[in-house]
Design a binder for this molecule. Structure first.
Ligand code: MG
Length: 387
């Protein structure tokens, strides 16, 4: 039973005499582990703003991302499979939500900052162009002489320059911690970059989510079979667990039970492994943890099993002839559109003309194409009458 003394103190909304930052700080002291990032330690925003009465800085970042145009457009961007292949499989938006929920589950179990985790997770794929990695590859090729293109870097451009929603500044004016987290994604090869545990966790949750949902979607679409996948060590472990739990399942329920177990196993093992390691290290604060050699990652045996699964998905799903055809069609379309916008900059909607003057027509063409949903890209392709 909850005793009176353990009741949370009144929120500022209920008691406006409390100082807002005190309340947020007290709440974080109660629920966060010592190595979690705290709102009070944030380096703040590029454009200083007054703190909100009852929402902490990372919660505000999460809300700003959720309400952004680019975030909503994720519903129209493919993850691996296109809209014409059905409506069961993940879009870039539902992938993002799965990453956020997996990261929050693990983050809560480890005592990390869930608001920061959610902000980072909702933002992590916000810079994806239409047609997933196929789109990214071709935009990078088009922009080779103009700085290249990476969806991770473009996410930073979106939240710092392209989202115009506040009169006081361009972009969303996110905290330095969220920007640094995304900057790490954009510059992963840079070993000098330390990152908060919350940033590392979102990266691990991304791979947990896509290994599970790409397996689910590929099985549902019939690109691969359970019998084929049963040869993989991680899938076999999960199927053995399912067989012990349920005596007879039809193919559809066997698939969903397998995918549930695939998520459960990865989340449980990652959480248990990291909790044990964190106990051993005994970090006193977030900065000690981020500058150490400790990493939020799967235990070695599971990491090997995931590599085997990812290799299988790459060879049998991502390179499936059906996807290769869709990929080539989409890439040709983007190449032609890039050339058309470069040759005829008057094709840009008027509001983009000023940015084209600022960053140059080729770069503007890449940004304009990268912001499109798959559907809008196809519609524009038809409208500008290429082909
Ligand atoms: Mg992702």
């Amino acid at each position: 039973m909850t005793t009176k003394s353990s009741q949370p103190s009144a929120t500022p909304a209920a008691n406006d005499s409390a100082k807002d930052t005190d309340w947020i700080d007290q709440r974080e002291q109660r629920v966060l582990a010592p190595f979690a990032m705290r709102s009070r330690d944030s380096q703040g925003r590029i454009h200083p703003e007054q703190e909100h009465l009852y929402r902490g800085p990372f919660q505000r970042d999460r809300d700003r991302i959720l309400h952004s145009w680019a975030y909503r457009r994720l519903s129209g961007k493919m993850q691996v499979f296109t809209g014409e292949m059905g409506d069961y499989h993940r879009t870039r938006l539902t992938h993002t939500q799965e990453v956020a929920t997996i990261a929050r589950t693990i983050g809560r179990a480890l005592g990390l900052n869930e608001d920061l985790i959610e902000a980072l997770a909702l933002m992590h794929d916000i810079g994806h162009p239409p047609y997933g990695h196929a789109g990214e590859d071709v935009l990078n090729e088009c922009a080779a002489d103009h700085g290249g293109f990476s969806h991770n870097q473009f996410a930073l451009t979106i939240v710092q320059e392209l989202e115009i929603v506040y009169p006081q500044f361009p972009g969303l004016n996110l905290t330095m911690e969220v920007l640094a987290g995304q900057n790490f994604r954009a510059d992963k090869a840079n070993v000098e970059l330390d990152r908060l545990l919350e940033v590392q966790l979102v990266d691990a949750a991304d791979s947990t989510a896509y290994d599970a949902h790409d397996t689910d979607d590929a099985l549902k679409l019939g690109l691969v079979s359970i019998d084929q996948m049963a040869q993989l060590s991680l899938i076999k472990t999960c199927l053995d667990h399912v067989a012990k739990k349920y005596t007879a399942l039809d193919k559809s329920l066997q698939r969903t039970a397998l995918v549930h177990q695939l998520i459960e196993l990865q989340v449980t093992q990652l959480t248990a492994h990291c909790a044990g390691e964190l106990r051993k290290h005994g970090f006193a604060n977030a900065f000690e943890a981020m500058s150490s050699d400790f990493l939020i990652e799967q235990p070695p045996e599971l990491a090997d099993q995931k590599r085997e699964l990812e290799k299988f998905l790459y060879q049998n799903v991502y390179r499936h002839p059906q996807l290769i055809t869709i990929r080539e069609t989409a890439q040709n379309r983007l190449r032609q559109m890039y050339a058309a916008f470069c040759e005829n900059p008057e094709l840009f909607p008027p509001k983009y003309q000023r940015r084209a003057d600022l960053i140059g027509v080729p770069r503007m063409a890449v940004e304009y194409l990268a912001g499109m949903t798959d559907r809008f890209c196809e519609q524009t392709y038809r409208e500008i009458k290429i082909g």
